[in-house]
Design a protein around this ligand. Structure first.
Ligand code: PGA
Length: 227
């Protein structure tokens, strides 16, 4: 279109993004919308299961998730680091060992976990399965924020994406434990259905995202600090 030729892109972009991406996706939209004011964005923030339903119905242009599904006609591209870390209350005895905590020791603790259908929960369950142990689940909470607060409150430990550890630290009440096998290094993926044509607007956004992830700094390197 003439609008594209002038570099003034117009249109609507539908993005569905898993819950944990709320720590960086909205931040990336600011500079994108400033550069392309003609592009109107609808962002759905939902857990992995809800996102897979939307993907199966081909409802959005772009999906952002940590654990892409097998067996769907999709294209996935990793674009940002998404490591899982173990959070503990700062006063927890495992924080004072002065050495790496063994997985067997970790497995004896109580855990605060995300709801079923969450990618974080799925990854945690797979990890325990690989070690042939069942996690002691103290409580299931439907939000990363609620889990961090519950960890601070001393209810248990949690395995969460380091994306959840932002500047909103909990006054040093929570810290990242040094545990064997952690951080679990994973990526955030840009996913799109091969059954949907890539619009000019979607292609513009994908390019923008890939070239602007550096705006987010390097969250993986900050993880070792007490938060
Ligand atoms: P979730 O997904 O927010 O549904 O837990 C996170 C992930 O897939 O890493």
């Amino acid at each position: 279109t003439i609008a594209d030729m002038k570099g003034v892109k117009k249109g609507r972009l539908r993005i569905a993004s898993v819950t944990t991406t709320k720590y960086f996706m909205p931040r990336l939209l600011g500079p994108f919308c400033a550069q392309y004011p003609g592009i109107d964005i609808a962002l759905e923030v939902i857990n992995r299961d809800r996102l897979l339903e939307r993907l199966a119905r081909n409802q959005d242009d772009i999906y952002v998730m940590g654990v892409p599904p097998d067996g769907m006609n999709i294209e996935c591209e990793p674009f940002l680091e998404n490591s899982l870390v173990v959070l503990a209350p700062s006063s927890h005895r495992l924080t004072t060992l002065g050495r790496t905590v063994r997985f067997a020791e970790l497995a004896q603790e109580h855990f605060l976990v995300r709801e079923r259908g969450s990618g974080t929960r799925l990854t945690m369950e797979r990890l325990f399965e690989e070690h042939g142990v069942r996690p002691n689940i103290r409580m299931e909470l439907g939000s990363n924020e609620a889990i961090k607060q519950a960890v601070a409150g001393g209810l248990g430990l949690a395995i969460l994406s380091d994306s959840t550890i932002g500047e909103d630290h909990l006054n040093h009440q929570v810290c990242v434990l040094d545990v064997e096998g952690f951080p679990i290094r994973r990526s955030w993926y840009l996913v799109r259905s091969k059954e949907k044509r890539v619009s000019v607007v979607a292609a513009t956004f994908l390019e923008f995202l890939k070239s602007h992830v550096n705006l987010l700094g390097h969250p993986a390197k900050e993880v070792q600090q007490a938060i």
